[in-house]
Write a protein that binds this ligand. Structure first.
Ligand code: C5P
Length: 249
């Protein structure tokens, strides 16, 4: 099982949800020297492609390529092989794709990792943090509590050889109980105290997320759309240290 980073500053991931490389670079310039781990999602990757990953790696950043792959096992394997070759540090697949797909994804990563390199962390997406209980039950048609589905997906992901899952911080204690303390949790839906929730329904503050046991926090618009991204970023890091009183690096 992959070990998590010990310094909290390596555990807060900035979501670069912007449409161009230029905007990603100007966002990073405003946060120069502060951010260590970034996330490239579908908006930026589909627009800019592998070039954006090369640019981020040249800046010395770690990169979570968040493409939420969900396809037949053979295609998932190929996608992961390409992402490992690209130098991603973390990638993800939907746990709803099932065990065979997740296991194939892991094999693809192993095949694509250059000799002597480190395999990217493979994370399963459980239930999107924008999905409410009512939407899951009434629209998607999955009965029961969101937490039950999340725990089921997490156990499935662990059995398939994944390193962890994406989930709401509120679900972290249950996931750790079901899948083990070392099974990683990557948690979006982070809002500094008093910030706008946007389209996320299950949100927590950075301090609360760490207190609940999150291994990695993903934070986007609360920083990138702020008038002063640097001030918000620094307050997030400051509040995070306050949450545990440990790992000050
Ligand atoms: O702007 P905000 O902080 O809400 O961004 C959260 C990021 O995390 C987005 O890039 C979104 O795609 C991603 N994400 C999520 N919920 C998941 C998986 C990923 O919000 N379950």
């Amino acid at each position: 099982m992959a070990a998590r980073d010990t310094d909290l500053r390596d555990r807060v991931i900035l979501a670069l949800d912007v449409p161009t490389i230029g905007e990603a670079e100007s966002c990073l310039n405003r946060l120069e020297g502060e951010v260590r781990y970034v996330k490239v999602g579908m908006e930026l990757f589909y627009a800019a492609g592998p070039e954006v990953i090369h640019m981020l790696k040249e800046r010395g950043l770690r990169v979570f390529v968040d493409l939420k792959v969900h396809d037949i096992p053979n295609t998932a394997r190929g996608a992961m092989k390409s992402l490992a070759r690209l130098g991603a540090d973390m990638v993800n697949v939907h746990a709803a794709g099932g065990k065979a797909m997740m296991a194939a994804a892991r094999e693809g990563l192993e095949e694509g990792t250059p000799a002597g390199g480190t395999r990217p962390l493979l994370i399963g997406v459980t239930m999107l943090t924008s999905t409410s209980q009512a939407v899951m039950n009434q629209e998607i048609g999955i009965p029961g509590l969101v937490e039950e589905t999340v725990v089921r997906y997490a156990s499935l992901a662990r059995d398939a050889g994944l390193d962890g899952v994406v989930a709401s911080p509120l679900e972290v204690p249950l996931i750790k109980k079901a899948a083990g303390e070392t099974f990683l949790t990557v948690t979006p839906g982070i809002r500094p105290a008093g910030a706008d929730k946007g389209d996320q329904t299950r949100v927590t503050t950075p301090a609360e997320a760490f207190r609940l046991g999150s291994d990695y926090l993903v934070i986007g618009r609360a920083v990138t759309a702020a008038d002063d991204p640097l001030a918000v970023w620094q307050s997030v890091i400051h509040a995070s240290y306050g949450s545990t009183g440990r790992n000050r690096g």
